[in-house]
Design a protein around this ligand. Structure first.
Ligand code: IMP
Length: 423
């Protein structure tokens, strides 16, 4: 069966772990948006594998990993990732890794522009400075450079020259920064082209054939619903659509053929970067969640902001994504807490908010309303069956299921690969 796995919060929901689990039953694993702003961590036999661009399904033999047209690729990072994973004993060949010819490339000027714009902004977004936003801007303003252009030297030269003609004055005159050298980028990217050419493919055709052969395809979302460029807490969002419907446009696969959407939510909430976060807490609970949950960015190492589970947010996310079932991760992080809070509604101007907040003004004035919950105070990390979970843990899960009218299908109880309960 074809399914999409998406994050229901602000990213870092632990999707990597769930995707790794599910990829054992999938033949193809596809990234469809974002770039190396993402970071998935998978722990196998105590060894940590970090992924930024390549789907974590690459860890399993016989799977085909696809980087779809909706992804923005920093070729330097992709090559580094391939080299690092190969050193760690993972086999990566043009047979098990396919990159869409239509994916857009992150160029050195995108990374610089990302950092310079961020520095100038009064209301900083807290981007990962990986050049994601500027690369998508170029894609939509139709001056982007794609993988298909990279491997055609004449086209590449032409497009690079055009871009530098426009961008170098911007760097020099607006930002007082160094311009980029055509020759340097050309020589660096020609080498990238040589290395990446064998992996470049018409991945629309790859996936069409997969479908014809009745293979099962897993679409791996990056970031999370509230970082979506349209439906997130704009402008504190990323520059792509992160919701499940982006899986179609970001891969060229007919979206009606994706039958299942698994929404991944952490048992509490975190956010990295700036922007609204109604259930954010400070002080002892925040520190506890950050330390116990290892809440530091896999990409930038930044400490994540931490807070309580927000069911209002999850409901909206479930609706936006058409979630068919849920995965709840890091439940074990709450094991030692006697008091837990769960946000069940928002107050706006001291009344229960009727509508989901859309403007930053509304976001900053709503107040979360909490349901107090007594914790289970028992370790759950070694539990592998739902029946054996403490009753209070099951109560916590029931509250989520009742509120969202969705079943929690997977519960992750630790960082180990096998620390998952499947119901
Ligand atoms: P950008 O995607 O680098 O432009 O960053 C925009 C916002 O999205 C910032 O708040 C980042 O911290 C956040 N962000 C981007 N990718 C991820 C991710 O994979 N996990 C969590 N936050 C992310």
């Amino acid at each position: 069966m074809n399914l999409a796995v998406v994050g229901l919060q602000w990213g870092d929901e632990g999707k990597g772990k769930i995707i790794d689990w599910l990829s054992s039953d999938s033949d193809f694993i596809v990234r469809f948006q974002g770039g190396n702003n993402a970071g998935h961590t998978v722990v196998i036999n105590g060894k940590k594998f970090v992924f930024h661009l390549i789907p974590s399904g690459i860890l399993r033999k016989g799977k085909v990993c696809v980087i779809g047209n909706g992804v923005v690729i920093d070729p330097e990072i992709l090559i580094e990732e391939v080299t690092r994973l190969r050193k760690e004993g993972i086999e990566i060949t043009p047979k098990n890794l396919k990159i869409s010819l239509l994916s857009h490339l992150i160029m050195p000027y995108h990374r610089n522009l990302d950092a310079l714009r961020e520095k100038r902004r009064t209301n900083k977004i807290g981007t990962t400075k990986r050049g994601i936003g500027p690369c998508y801007v170029d894609k939509f303003s139709r001056c982007g450079i794609r993988v298909i252009d990279l491997i055609d030297p004449d086209v590449f030269k032409d497009k690079l020259a055009d871009n530098l003609r426009e961008k170098n004055p911007l760097f020099k005159d607006v930002f007082g920064a160094e311009p980029f050298s055509f020759e340097e980028i050309l020589s660096q990217y020609s080498e990238f082209a040589r290395i990446l050419r064998p992996f470049a493919a018409d991945t629309v055709e790859t996936l069409r054939r997969a479908q014809e052969d009745k293979k099962s395809i897993l679409f791996e979302g990056a970031q999370g619903t509230f970082l979506d460029i349209d439906f997130g807490t704009y402008p504190f969002v990323t520059s792509s659509n992160t919701i499940s419907s982006a899986a179609g446009a970001g891969s060229g696969f007919p979206f009606l053929k994706i039958k299942k959407v698994l929404g991944v939510a952490k048992a509490y909430t975190t956010r990295v970067g700036q922007g609204p976060f109604p259930t954010e807490v400070e002080g002892k609970y925040s520190n506890f969640l950050r330390e116990k949950g290892g809440e530091f960015g896999a990409t930038t190492g930044r400490p994540r902001r931490c807070g309580w589970l927000d069911l209002v947010l999850l409901k909206r996310a479930a609706q936006l994504n058409g979630v068919t079932s849920l995965a709840l991760t890091k439940i074990d992080v709450l094991d030692e807490l006697s008091d837990i809070e769960i946000c069940t509604s928002y107050k706006y101007k001291s009344k229960t908010a009727k509508n989901f907040p859309l403007s930053i003004k509304e976001w900053s004035s709503i107040k979360p309303v909490y349901r107090k919950f007594k914790g289970w105070n028992k370790p759950t990390t070694s539990i592998r069956s739902y029946a054996k979970l403490p009753t209070r843990t099951k109560d916590y899960i029931n509250i989520i299921e009742d509120y969202l009218k969705l079943k929690v299908e997977f519960i992750s109880v630790g960082s180990l690969r096998e620390a998952v309960i499947k119901r």
